[in-house]
Design a protein around this ligand. Sequence first.
Ligand SMILES: [Zn+2]
Length: 94
Amino acid sequence: MEPTTITSTRLKQITDNFKKGLESSIGIYLFKGLRIQVSKYKASGSERFARLYHKRRENGLCVICGAKVKEKNPRTKKLYRLCSDHRDKIDRKS
Ligand SMILES: [Zn+2]
């Protein structure tokens, strides 16, 4: 997973959430060339996957590769959960 470059304002928010023990502080960040990783201790693989899935879904990113999803499902008017590449590979396989 690639780190997100953050500003000092964002770092402040993250450390505030971190101090409160909030899971919203979880992530990998890059600040002035330093890498900060906040993760849950002994989280199982499936827990990590579920968190990543929800985070990507919230941000309108492909749940597999994290690419920005641009097209909406005309039926539900919501963004697809997969990018066009993965939609081709997965959803249209059947
Ligand atoms: Zn994808």
